[in-house]
Ligand binder design. Structure first.
Ligand code: F6P
Length: 450
């Protein structure tokens, strides 16, 4: 049956694993986009979610026809998928939108880039074809993220009757970075996005960047927030209570500075560790009285630059521990496992939350920790986070490159009196929950409907 509401995203709500005996098992897909969309779509029973098969196990699931109702996984040729996902989405578009290039060396647009761009175009076309097949007359289609920037234009060609929105979960590149792309590629990218009736972003700043680069477009701002009831329920499940007890046993009653990120270049984990080191150097009174809990779970390990970054995080954390640690105090606890229950337990015990990206679409962690922290937490937030726009009044804000300023903010956060900290946390939690996923999704549908 054709659908009235369709979503297209690289990742789906589920990913599969295959056991030695050939049995397939499903688990929830990872990442902020997936959790936001899953919550929103729970209220849209007839919606269809089109996603890519990400692994051999996913491809096997498609071939065996085991996909869940409401989900259509696309079995895209692995070489095409790799060129689109690693070659373009993660290595070019991610770096362009987050301004991550090491300019003396990158970017290089050569023959390999052109092959990857052809894969990216084919991968986008596969989504456009599937959407055109599944959509009812006049249906609303919500296309997600930089992976699928060409889809709105391609789909518009196939089905002019549809209402199409595109939502970008990352920042949008400044004009200077957008203009590093070869002219024809940049034009295809902008043309693809402008195929949408509405082009959505988390913040005004990213919407303005888009208008600046594209010169036109019907942009709208939908700042994704968190669902407080759902998040608190998740954070109080028995497995999270167990992790909390374990963490408490490790940390005792010392103060905690908590961060939770993918090991992602834009998250600025290294400068966060440098700031913590400077805190312990400049304010030795905190030695033995504070612990930095840093969850940096693996991400995009197919790319060497991410593997190297992960290694640098490990090395720097070990260096801080070697410099300041004592027989009964370990200053930094790094966890590189993707352990959602442990992350939620860390949220609950956070005295200080450190969210210092260089540039980030939203950074939902900045919204989640104040909602879940038990004793109230002080948020140290960089100007690079999308969440800065909504949370800056009640956070301690820092320039992400200024390690000394970040160290001072950590000191101020650890020293803040309980009353002020509780008041700020209450206001942060209110701002964080202003547009929970279901309302965020509805707002986009309303903007699409005539
Ligand atoms: O905002 C970008 C985003 O799509 C997030 O929603 C998500 O957390 C992350 O990137 C996922 O990256 P990947 O799918 O490459 O692991």
């Amino acid at each position: 049956m054709a659908s009235q509401v369709l979503v297209a995203a690289n990742r789906g709500p589920l990913s599969y694993a295959i056991a030695d005996d050939g049995m397939l098992s499903a688990r929830r897909g990872g990442g902020g986009l997936v959790s936001g969309l899953s919550a929103a779509l729970a209220q849209q029973p007839d919606a269809v979610w089109i996603c890519a098969a990400l692994s051999d196990a996913d491809r096997e699931a498609v071939r065996r026809g085991v996909a869940e109702p409401g989900v259509r996984m696309l079995d895209i040729d692995p070489t095409v998928y790799d060129g689109a996902y690693n070659g373009i989405a993660n290595s070019v578009l991610w770096f362009t939108h987050h301004h991550l290039y090491d300019i003396p060396r990158e970017p290089v647009f050569d023959a390999a880039f052109r092959r990857h761009w052809a894969s990216y175009t084919a991968y986008n076309q596969a989504f456009a074809d599937a959407l055109a097949e599944e959509a009812a007359e006049g249906a609303c289609v919500l296309v997600q993220d930089y992976h699928l920037a060409l889809v709105p234009g391609q789909l518009r060609e196939l089905r002019p009757d549809l209402r199409i929105a595109h939502f970008t979960h990352t920042p949008w590149a400044s004009k200077e970075f957008l203009h590093m792309l070869p002219d024809d590629v940049r034009e295809q990218l902008v043309h693809g996005m402008l195929g949408a009736d509405v082009v959505g972003f988390h913040t005004r700043a990213w919407a303005d960047s888009f208008l600046d680069g594209a010169g036109r477009g019907n942009v709208a701002v939908f700042p994704l927030g968190v669902d407080a009831d759902e998040l608190r329920a998740l954070a109080h499940r028995p497995q999270v209570d167990d992790k909390l007890a374990q963490l408490r046993a490790e940390v005792g009653d010392l103060k905690t500075i908590v961060r939770v990120d993918r090991t992602e270049l834009s998250k600025n984990i290294l400068r966060g560790l440098l700031a913590y080191r400077e805190l312990l150097t400049v304010h030795p009174e905190w030695r033995g009285r504070v612990v930095h809990l840093a969850s940096a779970y693996p991400s995009r390990q197919d790319l060497k630059v991410y593997r190297d970054y992960t290694e640098s995080v490990r090395e720097l954390a070990a260096a801080v521990n070697a410099e300041f640690g004592t027989a009964d105090w370990q200053p930094v606890h790094v966890s590189v496992k993707d352990d959602f229950a442990r992350s939620l337990a860390a949220y609950r015990m956070a005295d200080v939350a450190l969210v210092n990206p260089v540039r980030d679409g939203m950074n939902l962690v900045a919204k989640e920790i104040p909602v879940v922290s038990e004793a109230g937490c002080v948020l140290v937030l960089s100007t690079g986070a999308g969440a800065y726009e909504e949370l800056r009044r009640d956070a301690l804000t820092v320039n992400p490159y200024d390690v000394t300023e970040t160290a001072s903010a950590l000191h101020a956060a650890l020293s803040m009196p309980g009353g002020e900290r509780a008041e700020r946390t209450k206001r942060l939690a209110a701002a964080a929950t202003a547009l929970p996923p279901a309302a965020w999704f509805e707002a986009q549908l309303s903007a699409l409907r005539p």
